[in-house]
Design a protein around this ligand. Sequence first.
Ligand code: NAD
Ligand code: DAU
Length: 375
Amino acid sequence: MKRNILITGGAGFIGSHVVRLFVNKYPDYRIVNLDKLTYAGNLANLKDIEDRPNYLFERADICDFDRVREIMRKYEIDGVIHLAAESHVDRSIKDPFTFARTNVLGTLSLLQAAREYWNGDWEGKLFYHISTDEVYGALELTNPEGVEPPFTTTASSSEHHLAYGRDFFYEDTKYNPHSPYSASKASSDHFVRAFHDTYGMPTIVTNCSNNYGPYQFPEKLIPLFINNIRHGRPLPVYGKGENVRDWLYVEDHARAIDLIFHKGRVADTYNIGGFNEWKNIDLIKVIIRTVDRLLGNAEGTSEHLITYVTDRAGHDLRYAIDSSKLQRELGWEPSLQFEEGIEKTVRWYLDNQAWMDNITSGDYERYYDEMYRNR
Ligand code: NAD
Ligand code: DAU
């Protein structure tokens, strides 16, 4: 079947993996990547597929309603996968307005453009919104009687996994965002659901845990620390390093998005996560060990780079997603063990130092001019 799919934020970290998967897997689909190319958008993330006949790029701001409307019409879009967003919590603490503008008003602009273009004919249409587990707030670190975390649990999955608390985020967990970033994402989720309930637009929302893997902007923990270790720079650990995150390899998220886009139930919500909780400081030690080993350094060489710094304001203690609904209903599961995923990830950043150097020097911003401006 032929489809015309608009993927927003396709030049970012997760978006580039989703675009690559769709372009490679569905030669009959026309994939339109709409991205503003903010500091976080990098067309070099898509170098391997940029010449494919089923791939198109449009540089546009999702807040520019007229442009979005024109793009919907021009490409006869029947499916939207919406990833474009401001995504870094620390930036949202410094500049909340930008987050409200892009994440809330930008999402509304896309919804309204889709509603106008589809004009009540919902057959074969879908607006799929990519959200985060951060909208649910933060979980406690709690021990079952006498057991020090992490402990093994079967509470929320068919598999045993390590957990730092009794509770998990479920699809019906009450929203309770704490940062300007998560507040803006929560607001956008509400708008998406409101467009279903008010106008009947077919929508799906998914809430995913922390992603890791190639092409992540080096302001986020894992690529930042890999790059700093390589250059012998300090590793700024917020607070005591005791916060817990649930990590998922980015290609597993992209596979989940593909599955849910094609088989998910309209108006429903799915949580996506790795059942893979790590305390920051333990994760950081794994990264240090892996980078040192791959660089041929003796074990422990870079441990002295760990530097405890002032905690992030409002720092959520623990995130832990229960993704058993997605596993049960659509048969998805993470494909990689964490040790395997981290090894792949560290290798990728070490092997792609030019990509990292381009970003950290700002050179990647020139790539758009060279590749696209005069086409
Ligand atoms: P990212 O910051 O790497 O990429 C965001 C992309 O959106 C960039 O290419 C940027 O240029 C583009 N963009 C930003 N503002 C725009 C605008 N106004 N108009 C058009 N394009 C714009 O983000 P990411 O980490 O890949 O996250 C993608 C989505 O997934 C976001 O919606 C985020 O909230 C969500 N999410 C991320 C994670 C994670 O761990 N990274 C986890 C769960 C959900
Ligand atoms: O949970 C999903 C979310 O994961 C996404 O919605 C966000 O877009 C994404 O950025 C990510 O948010 P986090 O705040 O969890 O990711 P970050 O990589 O910024 O931080 C991970 C943990 O590491 C967090 O507890 C803060 C800590 N940290 C982070 C940085 C950048 C440090 O200790 N030092 C650092 O320098």
